[in-house]
Design a protein around this ligand. Structure first.
Ligand SMILES: C[S@@+](CC[C@H](N)C(=O)[O-])C[C@H]1O[C@@H](n2cnc3c(N)ncnc32)[C@H](O)[C@@H]1O
Length: 195
């Protein structure tokens, strides 16, 4: 697999919201161990994490959702160049539109890495779309440590942090999920759906 620096679109973005190295290792580990056939990824960017998942399990198919047309086109090019043709679908759509229209679809693994402030709104759909005994992994849930901080949150981050708190609260209070929070990098939550 290419380095992420060599992916089409990497150089053209000043801010590159790609899953960090420890978090990528956790993603890779789960996919290689669980061998999910159907994966849903929310937030494609230029396809790096999708390519990590497709490399980690040869039997996986990734459906990945991206709102930016430019990113979606770059991701298709990158995933095709990596030799994953026929094993992925990049859907250029707002996540909520996708979830509302596809809530009857079922997935063996969901990687949530899109708009952080919307995670709590996505969760009821993701829960319904995740099969029993399968995992939901969400990135950036501790958002630079602010989500668990007792200090006053700067106005510019307040609603995002409150929305992530709502998401974690929903997950941790839901007995249908068994949730672990990983406190490295920007924080990840891993939830197994028990029913
Ligand atoms: C953190 S990046 C994804 C990084 C990617 N998972 C990786 O590690 O290679 C989040 C992506 O979600 C996209 N995004 C933001 N809001 C979205 C929405 N409402 N629906 C779909 N995609 C969205 C952004 O354009 C961005 O490319």
């Amino acid at each position: 697999m290419k380095n992420k620096e060599d992916f089409v679109g990497f150089e053209s973005h000043e801010y590159r919201p790609i899953v960090r190295s420890e978090s990528i290792k956790l993603l890779e580990k789960i996919v290689s161990e669980e061998k999910p056939k159907q994966i849903l990824e929310i937030g494609t960017f230029i396809g790096y994490s999708a390519s990590v998942m497709l490399s980690a399990c040869k039997d996986s198919f990734v459906t990945t959702i991206e709102i930016s047309k430019e990113n979606a086109l770059d991701a298709v090019k990158n995933l095709t160049d990596e030799g994953f043709d026929g094993r992925f679908e990049v859907v250029n759509m707002d996540t909520m539109d996708y979830l509302e229209k596809n809530s009857d679809k079922k997935f063996d693994f969901i990687f949530l890495d899109g708009a952080k402030g919307q995670y709590y709104k996505y969760l009821p759909y993701l829960k319904q779309m995740l099969k029993k005994d399968c995992f939901l992994l969400a990135d950036d849930v501790l958002f630079y440590g602010l989500v668990r901080s007792t200090e006053k949150i700067a106005h510019k981050h307040r609603s995002l942090v409150n929305n992530l708190r709502k998401f974690l609260q929903q997950l941790e209070s839901d007995n249908d999920f068994e949730t672990t929070i990983f406190d490295f990098e920007n924080g990840m939550s891993l939830s197994k759906k028990k029913i």
